[in-house]
Design a protein around this ligand. Structure first.
Ligand code: ADP
Length: 292
């Protein structure tokens, strides 16, 4: 049973930006959503966990492995799909995967062939295996990224902002792939898209400006907002007024009409209607007021 324990991790860049400020998280097996706006510190944390960058202080334990110190051991059981990764455009998916498998030290040709074929099937790229990577869509590239991350049968899989730029069909296919992977490993999914976490992650944390704002199970966090989220259709010009008076946590549109969600301990009346909270409400309630 794999478990990742992050204790008091801090990181300040040379330019003085404190990207991580005493982050502690306990991450069990399965999919874990790390949700936060751009600049929250997600990629910094992902790179530290992936042994690509050092923290200033703190520890990370993966079962009995000291992740920040035993880097080589960690790398053997780590899969990492960065936000953007370069692909050789003029080589086929099958060739590159095979080549990467060689680099991973899988020297037996038969075993390697079997593994490469299996991963191409798993990521639904088998039919496209002879095509050059340069012709791949965003979703296909992401699935190829997962295929290469799985070469080492990882116990820890780190996926940084994977669904940005994917169309709904591609995103759905990618979701299915990720949730399957969560059955056997710790999978950390870093994203600013609430939907990703809602669909996939039994556990999550919200981070902002390098700090953990909230940690828990999405279902429970939604439950905690029960009876505290209200909505109202307003005129566009009234928005500022409502923002001053209430804790506005969402500003949506329904058929062109602005609808606001507010957080309130009890019904503010004033034409507001109680609604079932969603994960968006949990997220924006936390981020509310903290945005610069
Ligand atoms: P996220 O992935 O949540 O968007 P990042 O970890 O990329 O957040 O960035 C966190 C903060 O650290 C941001 O303010 C960003 O500008 C800053 N930052 C990230 N990388 C560097 C770097 N190499 N040098 C200096 N500042 C950086």
């Amino acid at each position: 049973m794999t478990n990742l324990t992050i204790s008091s991790i801090s990181k300040t860049y040379a330019n003085g930006v404190k990207a991580l400020d005493n982050i502690s998280l306990n991450i069990p097996k399965g999919m874990f959503g790390l949700l936060g706006p751009n600049g929250a510190g997600k990629s910094t944390l992902m790179r530290i966990l992936a042994t690509l960058q050092d923290a200033d202080s703190g520890t990370v334990m993966m079962d009995n492995l000291n992740v920040l110190k035993q880097k080589n051991e960690v790398r053997k059981v780590l899969g990492y799909l960065p936000q953007e990764f370069g692909l050789y455009p003029k080589i086929s998916a099958e060739e590159l995967l095979n080549h990467l498998a060689v680099l991973k030290g899988i020297s037996n040709k038969m075993n390697r062939r079997e593994l490469v074929q299996a991963l191409l099937h798993k990521t639904n790229l088998y039919d496209k295996r002879k095509k050059n990577l340069g012709t791949f869509s965003g979703g296909m590239k992401q699935r190829f990224g997962i295929a290469q991350a799985l070469l080492s049968n990882p116990k820890l899989l780190i996926v940084d902002e994977p669904t940005a730029g994917l169309d709904p069909v591609e995103r759905n296919r990618f979701y299915n792939l990720l949730s399957e992977l969560g059955e056997n490993a710790v999978v950390i999914l870093s994203t600013h898209i609430v939907e990703d976490v809602k669909e996939l992650c039994p556990n999550m944390a919200i981070i902002h400006e390098g700090k953990v704002l909230l940690e828990g199970k999405p279902i429970q966090l939604i439950e905690d907002l029960k009876g505290k989220v209200y909505k109202k259709a307003i005129q566009k010009k009234e928005l500022q007024k409502y923002k001053k008076e209430y804790k506005v946590i969402a500003n949506k549109h329904s058929l062109g009409q602005p609808i606001i969600h507010v957080y309130a301990e009890k019904n503010p009346k004033d034409g507001f209607e109680a609604i079932e909270a969603e994960l968006d409400d949990v997220y924006f309630k936390e981020i509310f007021g903290k945005r610069k």
